[in-house]
Design a protein around this ligand. Structure first.
Ligand code: CDP
Length: 224
């Protein structure tokens, strides 16, 4: 058990969400981006949601864009160019099969190009934003005020995926490693740590510890 807190992995509100710290129409023109990158099941999404809620920032799970583009079927480039909100709500996008398919279409340069503008606009929207993915601090928003690289050992990440999805443990580990290799080995926007990113290895951390470390970095950048 983690003292009084949540446990890995957390699944809550998915996709783009707006936490309401500046609610009720209050104007807030802060331009502030938190870029969170890292490999599959490292805890990026959990940390991103917690940071968005705590600091009142919008959140975009960019993996969902690639999952939705892959799931749409047909030509993935056309799918990426015509993605809608409804596509992001398609059933089954969270499955490992959808993640695997996403990682294949994510290696296509035209797919990445089609999704870039939307992510960049989201990153610099007034009020501030948290984006999690693979290339946020390196390609989508190299000017991000806070960059985190969230990682954990392949074994720990596979265990978290297994807790979430079940299946055969050895097969889950093999899938995690295969996806890591594809994401880090592709020619365009490979998974990589930005040189100025703070590395959070969550292998031996509780959710609360990881979120506290991330929140301290965000608070420092905000001057709070
Ligand atoms: O939740 P998990 O970390 O397993 O996956 P995800 O973040 O939803 O991403 C699914 C796949 O989309 C990844 O394996 C990447 O290949 C791709 N992706 C990407 O290329 N660039 C991003 N910014 C986000 C995801």
């Amino acid at each position: 058990m983690h003292g009084g807190g949540a446990s890995w992995p957390l699944r809550g509100h998915e996709g783009a969400s707006r936490a309401g710290r500046f609610g009720n129409g209050e104007m807030n023109d802060l331009i502030f981006t938190v870029a969170i990158d890292g490999p599959a099941a490292a805890g990026k999404g959990t940390i991103a949601r917690a940071i968005a809620a705590r600091f009142g920032l919008a959140h975009l799970d960019t993996g969902l864009l690639y999952r939705a583009a892959a799931a749409k079927g047909g030509d993935p480039v056309a799918a990426a160019r015509t993605l809608t909100e409804a596509d992001l709500a398609a059933p089954g996008l969270r499955s490992e099969a959808a993640g695997e398919a996403a990682s294949r279409v994510a290696a296509i340069p035209e797919v990445r190009a089609a999704l870039l503008d939307f992510q960049r606009r989201f990153a610099r929207r007034p009020g501030g934003a948290v984006l999690d993915g693979r290339d946020i601090g390196t390609v989508v928003c190299p000017e991000a005020e806070v960059k985190l690289y969230v990682t954990a050992s392949p074994e720990v990440r596979a265990h978290r995926r297994w807790l979430e999805q079940g299946g055969e443990a050895a097969a889950v580990l093999a899938e995690v490693k295969a996806r890591d290799a594809r994401d880090a080995g592709r020619a365009v926007a490979p998974l990589a740590r930005a040189p100025d990113a703070l590395v959070l290895d969550t292998s031996a951390m509780t959710v609360d510890e990881a979120v506290a470390r991330a929140a301290a970095a965000v608070a420092a950048a905000l001057g709070r």
